[in-house]
Design a protein around this ligand. Sequence first.
Ligand code: C5P
Length: 202
Amino acid sequence: TGAFTIAIDGPAAAGKGTISRAVAERLGLPHLDTGLLYRAVGARVIGGQDPVAAARTLDASELNEAALRTGPVAEAASRVAVMAEVRDALTEFQRAFARRPGGAVLDGRDIGTVICPEAEVKLYVTASPECRAERRFLELRARGAEVTEEGVLADVRARDQRDSARAVAPLKPAEDAVRIDTTALGIDEAIEAAMAAIASRW
Ligand code: C5P
């Protein structure tokens, strides 16, 4: 098929989102931030719904909400993300997106390992926990959230732990993933590193 799938995985606040959006824009490909699916389910669970029912009835129109970008929703997302039935209910939507003619960029935790194991390019984007917490702290504070650096670091560590330790689709690099550590990279350098890795496989 003509689909060229780029799978970008990694822990929270490593720079996946920024890199994915930039790469998709440069290549003219559609981009799916798969964390939004789990966040949308998490938001519905905070609203009192059953997680599996929420995942099965999720609608793409729910993914654009700014309300999904909060700490409590991220926390709820990582709690529902351990449930196999929730993940199963979200799989086909992601695979259909990946099969779009011409290709697509998907970012998440298990894109290269579970959702799109045949992806033409797999990137695993990381950074130290301290660096990721600092970036997330600045981002949340810029949006007016009342957070502390220590609190954000604790949240990042808790989410890393839950995402890596779960039995179903744990966070880990695919064997054939190109690793990009953004700890010491600026945004432009991280994007260039990603573009270079993609170009080598295109
Ligand atoms: O990437 P983001 O921080 O928006 O993801 C929120 C949560 O959703 C993650 O902490 C993770 O538990 C879950 N997730 C997942 N698989 C994905 C994307 C996100 O388990 N592909």
